[in-house]
Design a protein around this ligand. Structure first.
Ligand code: ZN
Length: 465
């Protein structure tokens, strides 16, 4: 292992660094899958300055702050590749209603939220994901600047976008498609404003992309327009693809194409595409996505809750890179890792995949597909310091023998102790360090009570009317 990128200090005189994580077992998840017992990590200028034996780094560095990580397990921060944080409003309610919120009547819809309400819910979602060790988060929805503010404030690394579609959302809840060019125009302007205000914020910690919602909720003209804008901007294209039979039927009725064919016709099927779901997909289109070099945001828990299994392993075998996401309803990517493996085993009827593969979905694969492969996803010298310190006192964190298997099959997000993003401690021993965590939860509760009451469902906390 390379111990330092820069060893110019004179012998005997300690080098300054901002943060020193001293002690602990380090699971780097680097290319050689290096692990280090009783190690240390030095952080300077938001990046990893050195990784090596505890004694060597303790002697070499004089740190502004030292965290004792003795007995802990250190690993890279997780990459959660597809979310819509304001949709936290539907958690615990949508799961028994059977389908995606945008198509479900009687729930608070995105177009009925105010920007302030969206921001309060986004802060809840970002807080939860950080608390569970997600340090890089893809987040797209209405009011994307409210999302960007939440990520900027709480300290996550984020790829933010607006939600572009021209299908009328009220009609969608009645399973009707009414395309209104005004909606696309407004959403495209909203995303252009987002990019102007936020792209590259805080040394690139916040980045902005384009996100056409789905091939059924966007008309062909809308898809083609976003394809042109995204190609001009660079970055990724985030979308939902083959999420439901309704989508497949609508796209076929409109154009005679399958959803992946429609994306290809619009110029969106490129290596920049990060497509969530990919459940109702034909074998020919699995190969089409592979040929295009597209990537998948695998949503095992979301799929399972609606009784479906995406053919993630078929897609991987066809050359589609798999990244992992929670798609909002929980921030726990540890849970998603084991569900992701278990569901492919159920589908194949065989013990396919392993813990290392699931960890790669949740770290290096996501980083690489987001164009951050040299920056995050592993602990190596020179990368951004996005680091998790796991709480090895937790009963679910023993025995620590191999590490990989324990993290995938045993750990939960609540076993994350301390979270560092870009060299900054954002969660310390389970407590949000960048804002008042309990106040965020209280505010989200208040906002949700009002929104559900407006949608005709009185929350139990408000008692009888
Ligand atoms: Zn989604």
């Amino acid at each position: 292992m390379q111990v330092s990128a820069d060893d110019t200090s004179r012998a005997g005189e300690p080098e300054a660094c901002d943060l020193l994580l001293l002690g602990g077992t380090i699971l780097t998840l680097d290319e050689a899958d290096t692990t280090l017992a009783d190690g240390a990590v030095a952080v300077r200028d938001r990046r990893i300055a050195a990784i090596g034996p505890r004694a060597a780094l303790a002697a070499r560095f004089r740190a502004a702050r030292t965290l004792d990580c003795g007995g802990r397990l250190l690993m890279p921060g997780l990459v959660n590749s597809h979310n819509h944080t304001p949709l936290m409003i539907t958690r615990g309610m949508i799961e028994d209603l059977g389908f995606a919120p945008m198509f479900t009547a009687g729930i608070p819809q995105g177009h009925r939220l105010t920007e302030g309400e969206a921001e309060a819910l986004a802060r809840l979602g970002v807080y939860e994901m950080l608390r569970h060790g997600c340090t890089t988060i893809v987040d797209f929805y209405r009011y994307p600047q409210a999302l960007a503010r939440a990520h900027a404030e709480l300290g996550s690394r984020a790829i933010v976008a607006g939600r572009v579609h021209d299908a009328d959302p009220e009609a969608l809840t009645q399973r009707r498609y009414v395309y209104d060019p005004t909606l696309a125009r407004e959403a495209i302007q909203e995303n252009a404003d987002l990019i102007a205000a936020w792209d590259g914020h805080d040394q690139g910690r916040i980045r902005c992309d384009w996100a056409p919602h789905a091939p059924d909720t966007c008309s062909d003209a809308c898809l083609a327009e976003v394809a042109g804008l995204a190609a001009g901007h660079g970055g990724n294209i985030h979308t939902h693809l083959c999420q439901s039979p309704v989508e497949v039927e609508q796209v076929r009725a409109r154009s005679g194409l399958t959803p992946p064919q429609a994306m290809e016709a619009a110029g969106l099927l490129t290596p920049a595409l990060l497509a969530a779901h990919c459940i109702h997909i034909e074998a020919e289109d699995v190969a089409r996505l592979g040929r295009a070099g597209a990537a998948m945001a695998y949503t095992p828990l979301g799929n399972a809750k609606t009784g479906r299994i995406a053919p993630a392993l078929d897609l991987a075998e066809a050359g589609v890179e798999i990244t992992l996401c929670t798609d909002t309803f929980s921030g726990d990517l540890f849970e998603a890792m084991r569900w992701g493996v278990a569901m492919q085993r159920i589908r194949r009827g065989a013990p396919v995949l392993d813990a290392r593969t699931a960890l790669a979905w949740a770290t290096g694969n996501g980083a690489r597909r987001l164009g951050l492969g040299a920056e995050v996803g592993a602990l190596t010298v020179g990368r951004r310091a996005d680091i998790l310190v796991m709480n090895t006192d937790a009963p679910s964190m023993a025995p620590l023998i191999d590490g990989h298997g324990l993290l995938v099959y045993g750990a939960t997000g609540m076993d994350v102790g301390t979270v560092i993003v870009d060299g900054r401690v954002v969660i310390e021993d389970g407590v949000l360090a960048t804002a008042d965590g309990p106040a965020i939860v209280r505010e989200a509760q208040k906002v949700s009570e009002g929104l559900w009451a407006r949608s005709g469902r009185r929350p139990i906390t408000l008692g009888e009317a």
